[in-house]
Structure formats: structure tokens, C-alpha cells
Design a protein around this ligand. Structure first.
Ligand code: 5GP
Length: 134
């Protein structure tokens, strides 16, 4: 079923994109829990992560790996955390979040409101780190 994320994939809704290939897209969460909070989605329109075909499920983590490695040095943290929730948007997505402590993963905390300049700054940092890692 088409979701707001399918509109981002199609370019109908803008997003601060971080990485893309034929099967996956990574972009900044619009209401981040921390600077660097990135969503990684399969382009396939499947609601629940564990309903994805096995090959997509496996490739999803591999696609996310360099993004997590880019987040860690750019947004000083204990580590990059990974979470799959999906209670808001019915299109499988993985949250990559720089963690300070267990509270960093508390989705009921107030979200950050970033200006477009701040989003661009986060995007530029991550794109630069990804480019340098090639
Ligand atoms: P979940 O479904 O895992 O509970 O949360 C969905 C996430 O998607 C939330 O963190 C929310 O901020 C993010 N989100 C919802 N709509 C949009 C959107 O249009 N653009 C972007 N970049 N993120 C979105």
C-alpha cells in the first residue's frame, strides 16, 4: 500500500536524502530524536519489516551499515542505535539514531525541531562522511 514514504521515493514529497540505490533509500527523519536520526527504507511497499522477502530483509542491514558508520563520528555518541517501530507510517523503516544512553531511544520524548539550515548541515555532514568512506 502506498504511504507517505512511497511519495518520498517517487520525489513527490521532498526529503533530505542520505543514500539511495535501486532497492533502498535513506533520508533524515523530519522529527528527529537527535541530530543525525536517519530513516532507512526498502523501496518495496511492505508495512511490517518482518513481512519483507528474505533477500530484501538481509540487504536492508547491509545498505544501512555505512550510514551507521557515518553517523557515529559525525554526531558524537556512544554508538549508532537501530530500531524498527512502524506504528506511525505503514511502510517498513529502520531508525538509525546516535545514542547517548538508553533514553536516546525513547520515542515518547519530545522530538527536535530543526530549521532547514540545520537539516542541510546534518545532511552535508553525513554525505561527506559517506563519500570519504568510499
Ligand atoms: P514510526 O512509524 O517508526 O513510529 O515513526 C515514523 C517516523 O517517520 C517518525 O519518526 C516521523 O518523524 C517520521 N516521518 C513521518 N512522516 C515523515 C515525512 O514526511 N518525512 C520524513 N522525513 N520523516 C517522516
Amino acid at each position: 500500500m502506498a504511504s507517505i514514504f512511497s511519495k518520498i521515493i517517487a520525489g513527490i514529497i521532498p526529503a533530505y536524502k542520505i543514500a539511495e540505490d535501486a532497492d533502498f533509500l535513506a533520508f533524515l527523519d523530519i522529527n528527529p530524536l537527535a541530530k543525525g536520526h536517519t530513516l532507512v527504507i526498502p523501496k518495496m511497499e511492505v508495512d511490517k519489516a518482518f513481512d519483507l522477502p528474505k533477500d530484501v530483509l538481509a540487504k536492508w542491514l547491509v545498505f544501512a551499515q555505512p550510514i551507521a558508520h557515518a553517523i557515529e563520528p559525525e554526531f558524537p555518541c556512544n554508538r549508532c542505535g537501530i530500531s524498527v517501530v512502524g506504528l506511525e507510517v505503514p511502510h517498513a523503516h529502520m531508525h538509525l539514531i546516535p545514542l547517548q544512553d538508553i533514553g536516546s531511544m525513547n520515542f515518547s520524548r519530545p522530538k527536535l525541531t530543526l530549521s532547514s539550515e540545520e537539516f542541510l548541515e546534518v545532511q552535508t555532514k553525513l554525505l561527506g562522511a559517506l563519500e570519504r568512506s568510499k
